[in-house]
Every structure is written in C-alpha cells, then in structure tokens.
Design a protein around this ligand. Structure first.
Ligand code: RB5
Length: 143
C-alpha cells in the first residue's frame, strides 16, 4: 500500500498545497489533506496542530506544512515533541534536514519560494534517508 503523506496549509499556502498534492500522487504517495481548502483567512497554528494529531494517531509518518513564510507554521509544529519540522528554502536544506535531523515534517513558505523550488524540496525530502550515526544522539536529545 502506498505511504500516506499528511499535508496542511493556511490560506497563504493553499495553492502550493494543491500543487504539491498532485506531485505526491505522481510519485505514488497517498495524500492526507488536512486543509485548509480555500483562500479564506485561517490561523496557521491550527493547521500545524492538525498535522501533529494526524502523525500522533499514526495516520501518516511524515508531512508537509505550508504558510506564507513557512515561519509561523514551523514554529507551531515544533511545539509538538514528536515533530521535527524543518523550514526549507532549497534542495540543500531539504536534504540536510533528512540526513542530519531526521526531520519528519517539511515546512515551506509559499510566498518566499517559487513552486518549482518547493517541488524540488519535496522530492528531495521524501527521497533522502537519515544518516544516523553521530546524528542519532543529537536527534534523540530533541525529544
Ligand atoms: C498569513 O498572512 C501569514 O502570516 C502566514 O501565512 C505566515 O506567513 C506566518 O508565519
């Protein structure tokens, strides 16, 4: 069965969320779309909380969060001890957050990066394994 990936965004990220959902389907993942679904203004912490609950419930192991800058939604996500959300602006940060930090959430700022870069970050985030080794101890100290 295909791996579920949870997706959530505020109104600033809703368009990019739609684009990345299509990409996930192309890659063979199952999308768990936690909203929002319109351009009406909402509060980004509520969507980080939805994704945290989804991962805690075992409905997905990994997720993507999007707001205008990616900042608010990544701060909100990292208040949950079981989430390691990484705000990424390029492929290098998307790769490193997996290799060194075992990030389980990719956070993106829809107003700060172009869609092609967001897609590249998603692809790299999903494909890159955790390096383990010396990073295990550091990641363990996060939670
Ligand atoms: C919403 O206007 C905006 O503040 C939000 O998407 C995000 O950028 C917050 O960090």
């Amino acid at each position: 069965m295909s791996e579920p990936i949870a997706l959530a965004a505020d109104h600033g990220g809703v368009e990019l969320k739609t684009m990345l959902a299509k990409r996930l389907v192309e890659l063979g993942y199952r999308v768990v779309d936690l909203g929002t679904h319109t351009a009406d203004s909402v509060d980004y912490p509520d969507y980080a909380d939805r994704l945290a609950a989804c991962i805690a419930a075992g409905e997905a192991a990994r997720g993507v969060l999007i707001c205008g800058s990616g900042i608010g939604i990544s701060i909100a996500a990292n208040r949950h001890r079981h989430l390691r959300a990484a705000l990424c602006h390029d492929e290098t940060s998307a790769r490193l957050c997996r290799q060194h930090n075992d990030a389980n959430v990719l956070a993106l700022g829809a107003r700060l990066i172009v869609p092609e870069t967001a897609r590249a970050c998603l692809d790299v985030f999903l494909a890159t394994p955790f390096d383990g080794g010396r990073h295990e101890r550091r990641v363990a100290k996060l939670s």
